[in-house]
Design a protein around this ligand. Structure first.
Ligand code: A2P
Length: 350
């Protein structure tokens, strides 16, 4: 194999896929070639500066060292194993493989050593909300021993892909006058505004539901926070109490965390641990608008719990499309290259 890997980006026309391409270029990822893939609808389309979109077919997926996927769970379930069988290591952004015990679930700064066991040729990229909180929680866990979190998210429309942002943008002009509309036409008129991606009209609104129904009134999005946090932090008994909320923000997820530790938490020690952790910045007033397009996860509003010396409140913000998805996938790719873990490379040097 040549020194530079050949890379596929599957879902290259989507909200995350487009940013994967930008991040690969922006970080000067040394690839011999980057090939964009998307659905049959987009095949043959020219992506400026990237190339022509290829269709997913047995004869088009060979000869890759790396495949970055963000095309939804069904596409990943079907095509990730095929890319892996053809010799690539797949980095998958969907939820399809995250909880498979043979698939490492990796946040590059938090558990890079999980890459030591890639049994299926697939590495999973965590859910965007989970991803963002893992950095500060790992920093604080190392300092104080994490026992329990209560996590309330404020998630951007872009977490539902391009369609999620388009739906919000289309509703904004319709609802700019929401109070008058409510008073004159009633809530039913607002509720009838077209929405298929978000669970209710999202413009000028807050929607306390995203994902599909799971167990005991929780959504699958909420259970991802529970299960993925435990797997990444290797804390199978971690207590996680999640609530996921969609807010009318285009890009940038926020999470209010109440975290409880084995040992008493001192405020200065918490700040020092967070400051020292890679990828984390402290900001007294972090907002999604400020951190859209930025690589770092911002942590602010750090407050000791007045009633419990073992607990802290903190507010975390991160770009769900960057650290929450595309950036972490590319950071995993960089680690695979740096550690010599690409399978075609391993086979060539065996
Ligand atoms: P396409 O643009 O051709 O539909 P988003 O998360 O923004 O909705 O983007 C989803 C991405 O996944 C898009 O690039 C989309 O391509 C791609 N995609 C959707 N369904 C398939 C499929 N069946 N096979 C390959 N790519 C798909």
């Amino acid at each position: 194999m040549s020194a530079a890997p050949r890379v596929a980006v599957v879902g290259a026309t989507g909200a995350v896929g487009r940013i994967m391409l930008e991040v690969l270029v922006g970080r000067q990822f040394a690839a011999s070639e980057i090939v964009p893939f998307a659905s049959e609808r987009s095949a043959g389309r020219e992506l400026p500066g990237v190339g022509v979109v290829a269709p997913l077919r047995e004869d088009t997926i060979t000869g890759f060292d790396l495949a970055l996927f963000s095309a939804g769970g069904a596409t990943s379930r079907e095509w990730a194993p095929r890319f892996a069988a053809a010799g690539a290591v797949v980095i998958d952004n969907s939820s399809a493989w995250r909880m498979d015990p043979q698939v490492p679930l990796v946040v590059s700064e938090v558990n890079p050593d999980a890459l030591g066991r890639i049994e299926r040729g697939i590495v999973a990229n965590p859910n965007c909300t989970t991803m963002v909180i893992m950095l500060p929680l790992k920093a604080l866990h190392d300092a104080f021993g994490l026992r329990e979190i209560v996590a309330t998210s404020f998630q951007a429309a872009g977490g539902a892909g391009q369609k999620g942002m388009d739906e919000l943008a289309a509703q904004v002009p319709l609802l700019h006058n929401a109070r008058e509309q409510l008073v004159s036409a009633g809530a039913a008129a607002i509720a009838s505004i077209e929405h298929s991606i978000h669970a209710a009209p999202l413009a000028y609104n807050v929607v306390p539901w995203l994902g599909s129904p799971a167990a005991d009134g929780y959504s699958d999005e909420e259970l991802k926070l529970v299960n993925e946090s435990r797997k990444i932090l290797e804390l199978p008994d971690l207590r996680v109490s999640p609530t996921c909320v969609r807010v009318p923000v285009m890009v940038g997820h926020c999470i209010e965390l109440h975290a409880t530790f084995e040992r008493p938490v001192d405020h200065a020690g918490a700040i020092a641990a967070l400051e020292a952790f890679p990828g984390v910045v402290l900001d007294e007033l972090p907002t999604p608008v400020k951190y859209a397009g930025r690589d770092e996860v911002a942590v602010g509003r750090i407050r000791a719990d007045p009633g419990d010396s073992h607990s802290l409140n903190l507010f975390v913000v991160g770009d769900n499309l960057l650290k929450g998805a595309a950036l972490n996938a590319v950071q995993i790719a960089e680690l695979l290259v740096a550690r010599g873990l690409l399978r075609r490379h391993l086979a060539a040097t065996a």
